[in-house]
Design a protein around this ligand. Sequence first.
Ligand code: SAH
Length: 232
Amino acid sequence: MAWHCNGTTNQEMVTKLKDAGILATDRAEAAMLAVDRAKYCHESDPYLDRPRRIGYNVTISAPHMHAYALSILSDQLVDGAKALDVGSGSGYLSACMAFMVGSRGRVIGIEHIPELIEISTRNVREDCPHFLKEGRIRFVVGDGRLGYTDEAPYNAIHVGAAADTLPQELIDQLAPGGRLICPVVAIQGFQRFQDLLQVDKSADGAITKKKLMQVSYVPLTDPTTQLRNTNV
Ligand code: SAH
């Protein structure tokens, strides 16, 4: 039922995502109720189930993708956990993650466009100012393909843009028991698509990888290439 979870309010959007089975855990649902998408998506009808422009040739992901991501990472986004949101864009998903890890947890949003860091900080300040005051959420400018070693390891890593190959640096920065999800470009003949990959690190450090579904994200790239790409 992806793409059909349009709402006229945040509550209606969340109810439809839940009824469609996409928003699959109570804690992910509570996060999407607590964080108001309209504070992060400044176009009209912010509760439509579509990606929307946020400037700099990128989009805030569609609500159904946020719902999948938070549901898949629910067991890792627990009280006191540490999370990394790569390509934090509007700041929406970082804020949902911050809700789930609670006041003893910490979320780092890493984004390579400095203006988007300013915008996401403003968005969170409007919606959930205590997340910033408590230091529960912090936005940093940087190349997310390299992760953010200063705060590693992370229990959960979310990558919000499609990588050409799964960045090993991010796998290295996962804590034991941690989970990473990342869209990765796949090529078959002339066809080019993206798989959402889930990577789990067991308590003893063993890595398992699983393809979850085909997705469509903007590229995980460098700022010059991104600002040249006018397809978005
Ligand atoms: N989860 C965000 C997704 C935004 S789109 C949201 O829903 O708002 C993907 C984001 O990744 C964009 O903001 C883009 O600027 C950023 N990005 C792309 N490549 C990057 C890189 N190498 N390092 C950090 N951020 C990157």
